[in-house]
Design a protein around this ligand. Structure first.
Ligand code: NAP
Length: 291
């Protein structure tokens, strides 16, 4: 298929490369000029989207999506009937409804398809897409989903993909903070971190979050898989969505305060697992591999 891929960050760079690898005809655009081997490089979102069947976005946040779609040289100026816009960024569910309505007014179709899986899954093409779109549209997009991911889970119509995605990150943020607090206290009490991780994974406390993060934690490697600033952005999306829906999220409000401090301490561009560094500092210990 002819695909325009917009946004070549940690995720988008790898997703676009997998589309090329699967034989699709790909044009790419990134705000800061960047290239993908085998893809045509465009100088504006509109230029990338011109003549494409599908325009796929993976940019930072809600305002970036708005800019790429409706800003100067945005995609909207070239949208036409038969084209499809897909958004794999994690953004506001209510803004998604507004964006989709404006896109659909041009005759094009819209799918929200944020992802879970992080940098490793983006690289090896095993992302999970969390889709808000009709079954018929998801079927049409299947060759592209298959090139970049292992599964598409349909959550419902427009916006439901984003709604489901942010609540996945609510759980990841809370599970990770629980893990980080447990490791900190255990270390202070003299338990070796590897032993605690072994115990966690043998018990009902086991989790994919711990599986993914433990090797990085034990090496104190906080290079970004998922940058802390983006998890913080998702925490704000959740708190905003909760406010709109009149739902209270007290545990997440506390975690938000930890992220505020983490950003003040200069950890924004590190992985979100770096919140552990604050706990370590406050406890006066370091959680590290015994080896
Ligand atoms: P990233 O590495 O920070 O890349 C962000 C991308 O957005 C870059 O291409 C950046 O362009 C672009 N961008 C930012 N502001 C923009 C604007 N105003 N207009 C146009 N482009 C703009 O982020 P990422 O990790 O790839 O994440 C991308 C999206 O996927 C985010 O919504 C994130 O929450 C979501 N996500 C990430 C992960 C993960 O593990 N990393 C997992 C699931 C979902 P420049 O290069 O010019 O800055």
């Amino acid at each position: 298929m002819r695909v325009a891929f917009l946004g070549l960050g940690i995720m988008g760079q790898r997703m676009a490369a997998n589309l090329v690898k699967a034989g699709h005809e790909v044009s790419v655009w990134n705000r800061t000029p960047r290239e993908v081997d085998g893809a045509r490089t465009a100088s504006t979102p509109a230029q990338a989207a011109q003549g494409a069947e599908v325009v796929w976005m993976c940019v930072a946040d809600t305002s970036a999506v708005e800019q790429v779609l409706f800003g100067a040289d945005g995609v909207a100026s070239v949208l036409a009937s038969g084209m499809v816009v897909v958004d794999s960024s994690t953004i506001s569910p209510s803004a998604t409804l507004r964006f989709a309505e404006k896109v659909k007014a041009t005759g094009a179709d819209y799918a929200d398809a944020p992802v879970t899986g992080s940098k490793i899954a983006a690289g090896d093409g095993t992302l999970i897409f969390i889709a808000g779109a009709s079954e018929e549209l998801i079927n049409r997009l299947q060759p592209l989903f298959s090139a970049m991911g292992k599964t598409v889970v349909r959550m419902g119509d427009t916006g439901k993909g984003q709604a489901a995605k942010i609540v996945m990150n609510l759980q990841i943020a809370l599970i990770f903070e629980g893990f980080a607090e447990a490791l900190t206290l255990a270390t202070k009490l003299g338990v070796v971190p590897e032993r605690l991780i072994e115990l966690i994974q043998a018990s009902m406390v086991r989790s994919g979050v711990v599986d993914y993060k433990a090797p990085f934690i034990l090496q104190h490697d906080f290079t970004p898989n998922f940058p802390l600033r983006l998890m913080h952005k998702d925490i704000h999306l959740l708190l905003d969505a909760a406010k709109e829906a009149r739902v209270k999220l007290p545990a997440l409000e506390t975690v938000d305060e930890i992220y505020e401090i983490a950003e003040e301490e200069g950890l924004a561009d590190m992985d979100y697992a770096a919140t552990l560094e604050l706990l370590e500092k406050w406890a006066g210990i370091a959680v590290k591999t015994a080896a």
